[in-house]
Write a protein that binds this ligand. Sequence first.
Ligand SMILES: Nc1ncnc2c1ncn2[C@@H]1O[C@H](COP(=O)(O)OP(=O)(O)OP(=O)(O)O)[C@@H](O)[C@H]1O
Length: 678
Amino acid sequence: MNFQLPSIFQHAVFNTSAMNGSGPTGSGGQTGPFPAGVMDSFLATAGRGSPLLQVVLVIYRILGSQLGVDPSILLTLLGFFWGLSKLVSQVYAHVATFVDRHFMCAMYVSEYDHIYSHLMKWLSQHQSIRNSQFLMAQTVWKSAWEEEEELESALFFTDGGDTDSGRQYLNFSNQAARSSPRFVPAMGATYFWHNGTFFRVHRRKESVMATSGWGATKDTEEIRISCFGRSIEPVKRLLSDAKHLYYNDTRQKTTIYRPKQKELRRDHSMWQQVARRPVRPMQTVVLDSEEKHGILADVNEYLHPATPKWYASRGIPLRRGYLFHGPPGTGKTSFSFALAGVFGIDIYVISLQDINVTEEDLAALFTRLPRRCIVLLEDIDTAGLRRDGRSDEDGEKKDDATKEGVKADEKTKAEDGEKTKKTEEAQVNGVSNVKKEESEPKTNGTKDKSSKKKKSKKKDESSDESDQDSEDSDDSSEDERRARRRRKARKNAANKSKNPAGKKVLAPENISLSGLLNAIDGVASHEGRVLIMTTNKPESLDEALIRPGRVDVQVGFKNASSQQAGELFYRMYEAVAPPKPLKNAPQLNKAAKDKKLEKMAEILTPQGQKLDITPEELRKISEEFGEQIPEGMFSPAEIQGFLLKRKKDPRKALEDANSWVEGLLKQKQTHSKVVTVQ
Ligand SMILES: Nc1ncnc2c1ncn2[C@@H]1O[C@H](COP(=O)(O)OP(=O)(O)OP(=O)(O)O)[C@@H](O)[C@H]1O
């Protein structure tokens, strides 16, 4: 097959062929501008069969005539240098590996480890990394508390379009534009000096099989830090510096962890940090002083380094559980946070309604806790624990205590509706729900109702007790007893799945009671933690859950007494001080800065309402305020809400207290949700 080239190319091909002696061998002599080589001959021969090669030949010859040398020499040189570069890189890789193995030491950090966060923060602040050629920009999400430090430079004001009012408001519309990203080393190797040591940080990603999905992979990152020498100490020191820097600003903060989402879990890391908030000072939680210090002393003793030995020598598992119960807004969560602040430990919060947390996860979560920490199980009454027939049948395989707990729960659940009502009444009467159970009601109406309820409750109890008795005294075979239990469980489950209106209620059934008990104090469960469970309805809890060993100390939180209301008042105004000139002054000149601070003070302390009160007067009006608040009627949260609305004016708060108390009392009596006096 012969192809026809365009005339210009034919000319070039023809000419060079002629020059080369018209043969593929090129034996005709060296008359052209450059000597014909093997390559030329090859292209000329092959070009007869392929127009493409003919084009290549033309380019080849034009190039040759321009340079005056045979391009094949160039090609040979190129090939040589390519080969040489490959050889050098191979040799370099071997030498680097050799040096790495024999003259350096290295440390690996997984992105799933906390150290990764420490290191990234540290690297982002290192001067030579900042000036590096290859960087990766990361958006940094700051918490409300971190932003505070930058507030001064971020302050912008607006009149909100209402020019007549002459008022100024803060405006954060350009906040996103102002926050700068964090710069960390890019993927690959980065070199820097630190404290006289030369370090190499190598970030690399690798794909690993994901635990979920068929054949799905996910990228995970690993950092390798290495330095010259046989000792790993410099790397350890670097990590320690990074850790120090990371926690430097958080020393006075409490870190809160929650379970990680399933897809983010890897290796042993199941918890993720969700917040770091400033430590809540213990004196800001108003509680009975004796009780407060009793708990502090108890936790202190438990966390003491000598305690594990004491427990071990007596064969007692090293666990301490607390149950904080009481009406909403009485400080259960606040006290837990204040405790964490006092002891400088972190809080691990688990919600049993979290769809991410299965029964197996719960057990694993309890085993992956640090040496000392607080585990907070909030609102365990609403936890939606599985207590159906299934769990009861399962429960037959579990320990007796668990089964009894399940039964006790079913019994208490039946009474739950009544008790909720009772609780409401108790709150209106200013008595905590637990106490109310024990004491006689005061008003006639309530008395009648309560006595009826008591009777029906007793009836329920006696029927349950008789069931229990007959079961206990029954001398029938074990099989019969099991069958009866199963029947009873099924009946209870059927009753429980219907609400009073007869409609089916779907309850979350992530975790069974036995699963929870197992996680809390199963053989594999963590030792050394402080477990705090909070609830508004202690009566609805399973006995098994709060038996000694699982719950060692119960603390009843109550509505505020008059004296506590006075203390809340004092604490609210005691802390108020004119805004301090902020440190880290921005690049403003002094006059502009003063103006900004003035404006800020104006906004925080509106004109004519400047707090100007002596500690003596504050103490006096705190007491007066306390006297106006009926004993045990209002929760600290309610009082705090009232005071917050008057946070700049204690005298006004005192003035408004009476009408607020009356309004709130009326609202409680009518069970209204609408607040009349705020
Ligand atoms: N005893 C208290 N001393 C000081 N402040 C309190 C106290 N109790 C409640 N507060 C305030 O009320 C608010 C709610 O408190 P907290 O969340 O601790 O209550 P809680 O008992 O955990 O409520 P819930 O049962 O609804 O979870 C917080 O802002 C807290 O500052």
